[in-house]
Ligand binder design. Structure first.
Ligand SMILES: [Zn+2]
Length: 300
């Protein structure tokens, strides 16, 4: 009897853990650096092909909206990449502004220079978003300004132009793999690519778990999440596996506007929202896993 009760208890504990692990949560998907994340492409890859993979994969997983944040300068560098914006719009997904040249407000010579870069970024977005709300802004490098005067000035400028800030609560650091992947693909080093994929997807699982626990620790509840991805070849290659992991974790896909109705998103600022709130409240969050691969030297 004692034995039976004991195993019943274990069974219950396992069931509770499993239920928690897949407890549903809302998440908006956002994608940065349209039309071209990463300055070079691996042989055979195209910007349009990457965008196509993104759109098809997100649609297959029932994602109703994926805001795409544009750096218009890439269109001057790679004129063909304009197809990306049209693929995105044809899918019914919206475009927002990520500055013209991916300029950080911290590294801009003056605030005025940065503001002109924001304005210049609107060019290709406005005609493609006729009748829809394109006034969402994603800070390059998630830098809202380390100097408080510039931060307030930049934010006031964005508000005056009618922008809402597209905040971020979770990222899997896909950008970190972009250049190494391009090098390995050019060399045909598929075992390194497999190692990168394995590490990245392990990181996705870890970050989903961290996102849950950090949200509980800071807010005492699971806030709606905003995921940041980048429109690069490695991100496209792994997106199907990422979406499967999100599905299995209980993700319910919502729009950016829906996610950001939550009071957690009331005050924008530097970096990501949960980490920012933790810092403000003096809460220590556990650190992430250390990567095993040296992505800076891989396939050099
Ligand atoms: Zn970016």
């Amino acid at each position: 009897m004692k034995q039976l009760r004991c195993s019943l208890f274990v069974g219950l504990a396992v069931a509770t853990f499993a239920a928690n692990a897949a407890e549903p949560f809302n998440i908006a998907i956002t994608v940065d650096d349209l039309p071209a994340h990463g300055s070079v492409l691996a042989p055979g890859a195209t910007r349009a092909g990457i965008a196509d993979t993104f759109v098809k994969t997100l649609k297959a997983h029932g994602v109703p909206e994926a805001f795409g944040f544009v750096n218009a300068r890439a269109l001057a560098v790679e004129p063909n990449s304009v197809q990306v914006l049209d693929i995105w719009r044809k899918a019914g997904y919206p475009l927002g502004n990520h500055t013209y040249s991916h300029l950080s407000i911290d590294s801009a010579e003056t605030q005025d220079v940065w503001e002109r870069d924001v304005e210049a970024g609107e060019g290709p977005i406005v005609p493609r978003m006729a009748g829809a709300d394109w006034r969402y802004f994603r800070y390059p490098f998630l830098a809202a300004g380390s100097d408080p005067v510039r931060r307030e000035g930049g934010y006031a400028f964005l508000r005056m132009r009618g922008y809402k800030i597209a905040d971020v609560s979770v990222t899997f650091n896909d950008w970190d793999y972009t250049d190494a992947y391009t090098r390995c693909a050019a060399k045909g080093d598929y075992s390194s690519i497999e190692a990168m994929k394995a590490q990245y997807l392990k990181g996705v699982d870890d970050e989903i778990a961290r996102m849950r626990s950090a949200s509980q620790q800071v807010y005492g509840r699971m806030i709606p999440q905003v995921l940041l991805l980048h429109l690069g070849a490695f991100s496209a290659l792994t997106l199907g596996d990422v979406m499967k992991r999100l599905d299995a974790a209980g993700a319910r896909y919502v729009t950016l506007a829906q996610a950001q109705t939550d009071p957690a998103y009331a005050q924008p600022g530097n970096g990501m929202v949960i980490a920012r709130a933790a810092k403000e409240r003096g809460i220590q969050l556990p650190g992430g896993q250390m990567d095993r691969l040296n992505l800076n030297t891989l396939c050099r």
